[in-house]
Write a protein that binds this ligand. Structure first.
Ligand code: 3H9
Length: 692
């Protein structure tokens, strides 16, 4: 075995040279890996004793892509395109042997090999769009040549991985090895190629799969149209489509050159910078300074959920999906039956769309039991309460849980703003209590705010973070304060939105500005969707807010066909002249002189107080780091990922500007806009929240 460099080894197995890359954790294409690949293939190519070359990786995976942490730094040779040329132009067959995840640049390396063999558990993909990029090393040119335009676009635009069975089916790989015996399989395959004098098959030279789409721009236009909503605001998706179109219409070298130019352009955009920042931010969120990664966790083999409403039902589905048995508790047979049947219906709907088999549905439902007896939770490892949002009710539930749960069980509340310490104090085991704030719909939204109480034990936190990962959520640790991180900041935006419509903006102006910023919907459309009567009661209603007036008049949101907007049968929204009148009357009564409010003011009034609140959250230590706040907003509220979250966004526009505006608003409108001390300090010293 000869070392090529610190991460690459070359060894001769009979007449097959094996080049092994070993650069933990994921064999990313850092400069040293590129160097190892290039010089390794050159050496194997020059060695007269070898007749074929197997390229394989050590550790948990084949190359998982370019080294994202190198992006934005001065590039170091050898550059990836040269490395790929070396592989593709080798004078003897190169076989890529793939296990784990061949992603991005890693998959592109494999596509330059002449043949590919993989472990049955291997996965493949081009996730670059998730980083605001397109594949930059020939992926957009080679993949369509291998599997056709339609499938290639699917892979490139979704960024989602596909499995080895599909890869074999589509012709991405030529052979499957036995699980755990990849090297043996690759050696045998390489020898067969040698024995058969197989040609050096270069994907770049294949034409038959792309010919049909040549000169047919309508194929690409149709994809753009069909995905207009999903692609809204993103730069990378349209470039990816353009690159694949080039693969069809241009000679290979021109297509590759254009792809590289677009890749380099995107690399320099704020969008890609934001999306790369989010990639690392989500991984950083799992790291808690005083809870080391090796903290022993408590086993979670069974879960209890109290409340079979929308939240409880959504929460329980996460566990069923992950294969953990769960029991759901309700207070009436009717509510329980309704909850259970909604869960089944949700699964059936997914099955109808082809994303689950009927057997999957039954398997999940078999893990679920429902009961009216709280005592059935006595042996559960984790109990999550999702009852009515009222402190007295929560306290009662926790006192009962304290009396019946087994020692060491974790007791979690799904409250969205109540004080966890107060809830924990009703038990004799506050160390086992924490908040687990899921976001609606709880089976879909990726965020889980894990609320650390004053006395929550470290192993309970470590367990909750692990559970979050197991059920496919991004867990973010937050401290006790009203609304925690997300809802506390949202309250700022809500207050300003409500003020703005009295001052002269319309609800549709506010919604449009925030929608155009990239959010999925504005606050008024959101209220109509959720129902304006959440927390409203006729008895207590005194026409003191626009919302109260709308509820009093029966305009309770989409479900009643009218709220801030009017709705037709298909629930399409139309601005309501009546609502404009109601607002104007209300403002007149309050003596407000209505004025024209600019879009710029709407945006700044809605977002800057949120950013300011984020700064206070950091000052008070209620979030560990600014990037955790961004992870909350991206995964819980649909903040556009290409803007990196509110704190990253603040950094991109400059903290000085945010501070100056907050001061100006404060002078004009009072202390709702009082700048946080941290914002002042950072803005004045030229600092940033994220360092991103
Ligand atoms: C690209 O390839 C562009 C090309 O087209 C063109 C080039 C010219 N770089 O996720 P994990 C780190 S774009 C640097 O927790 P898992 C990660 O930060 C790239 N670091 O593990 C973490 O570090 P730490 C296209 C990376 O098992 C550690 O590895 N490729 C990279 O849950 C473990 O990661 C991608 O977008 C990287 N590429 O999942 C793939 N990848 O321990 C991105 C990981 O210090 N990666 N790290 O926190 C992934 O999707 C997942 O990491 C993977 C493993 C599925 C591989």
């Amino acid at each position: 075995m000869a070392a090529i460099n610190s991460v690459a080894d070359l060894a001769l197995h009979g007449d097959v040279a094996v080049l092994t890359i070993n650069s933990p954790p994921v064999n990313a294409l850092s400069a040293v890996v590129r160097d190892g690949l290039k010089r390794g293939v050159e050496a194997a190519n020059a060695d007269a004793n070898s007749k074929a070359i197997v390229l394989i990786c050590a550790g948990r995976t084949f190359i998982a892509g370019a080294d994202i942490s190198e992006f934005g730094k001065p590039p170091t040779p050898p550059f990836l395109p040269e490395v790929l040329d070396t592989i593709e132009n080798a004078a003897k067959p190169v076989v890529a042997a793939i296990h784990g995840t061949a992603l991005g640049g890693g998959f592109e390396v494999a596509l330059t090999a002449h043949y590919r063999i993989a472990a049955p558990s291997a996965k493949f993909g081009l996730p670059e769009v998730k980083l605001g990029l397109i594949p930059g090393a020939g992926g957009t040119q080679r993949l369509p040549r291998l599997i056709g335009v339609e499938k290639a676009l699917d892979v490139i635009l979704s960024g989602a991985p596909f499995d080895a069975a599909s890869a074999k089916d589509w012709g991405v790989i030529d052979a499957l090895a036995e699980e755990g015996k990849l090297l043996d399989g690759a050696l045998a395959y390489a020898r067969r190629l040698v024995d058969e004098s197989a040609p050096l098959r270069k994907v770049r030279a294949l034409e038959d799969k792309i010919r049909a789409a040549r000169g047919k721009p309508e194929i690409f236009e149709a994809i753009r149209k069909a995905n207009a909503r999903k692609f809204r605001g993103f730069e990378a998706w349209l470039k990816a489509i353009e690159a694949v179109k080039n693969a069809v219409d241009l000679p290979f070298d021109e297509g590759v050159a254009a792809e590289r130019r677009m890749f380099m352009d995107l690399l320099g955009t704020t969008q890609s910078k934001a999306q790369r920042y989010v990639f690392f931010a989500e991984r950083q969120a799992a790291k808690i300074p005083d809870v080391p990664e090796d903290t022993a966790t408590r086993p979670i083999r069974s879960v209890g959920v109290i409340g079979a409403g929308t939240m409880g039902g959504g929460i329980v589905m996460n566990f069923l999906n992950a294969g953990t048995p769960a029991t759901i508790v309700e207070t009436s047979r009717e509510a329980l039956d309704r909850g259970l049947s909604i869960i089944r219906k949700n699964y059936e709907n997914t099955a109808k769309k082809g994303r689950l088999t009927q057997a999957d549905v039954e398997q999940r439902m078999a893990l679920l039991s429902g009961t009216l007896d709280l005592g059935a939770l006595a042996d559960k490892d984790l109990i999550i309460e999702a009852v009515f949002e009222d402190m007295a009710v929560k306290k009662e539930v926790f006192a009962k849980l304290d009396a019946l749960a087994k020692p060491g069980a974790i007791l979690a509340s799904n409250t969205s703003y109540l004080n966890i310490d107060e809830i924990a104090a009703t038990t004799k085991r506050p160390q086992d209590v924490l908040g687990a704030h899921f976001f609606s719909p709880a089976n879909i939204m990726r965020l889980l705010e894990i609320v650390r109480g004053e006395k929550t034990a470290k192993d309970v936190i470590a367990t909750a973070m692990k559970v979050a990962k197991k059920i496919g959520k991004v867990g973010v640790l937050v401290g006790v304060c009203r609304g925690f991180v997300g809802n506390r900041m949202l309250a700022q935006r809500q207050r300003e939105a409500n003020k703005l419509i009295i001052e002269g903006a319309t609800p549709w102006d506010v919604d449009r500005v925030l929608y155009d910023f990239g959010l999925p919907m504005g606050p008024f459309a959101m209220s109509d969707l959720a129902g304006l009567d959440i927390g409203w009661s006729r008895e207590k209603s005194s026409s003191s807010t626009i919302r109260e007036i709308l509820c009093e008049r029966g305009r309770r949101g989409q479900k009643t066909g009218a709220g801030f907007y009017d709705y037709d049968e298909q629930r399409n929204a139309r601005p309501s002249a009546l609502v404009e009148e109601i607002i104007a009357e209300f403002a007149a009564k309050k003596g407000v002189n209505r004025r024209v409010v600019s879009d710029e003011e709407i945006l700044e009034r809605c977002l800057y107080p949120m950013i300011n609140e984020g700064a206070k959250i950091l000052e008070e230590g209620k979030a560990l780091r600014a990037s955790d706040i961004d992870v909350v907003w991206i995964n819980g509220y649909g903040w556009p990922v290409y803007r990196g979250g509110p704190m990253f966004y603040a950094d991109t526009i400059g903290l000085k500007r945010v501070l100056d505006k907050m001061k100006a608003f404060q002078a004009a409108m009072g202390d709702d806009f009082k700048p946080a001390a941290l914002l002042e300090r950072l803005a004045e010293s030229g600092g940033a929240f994220t360092g991103g």
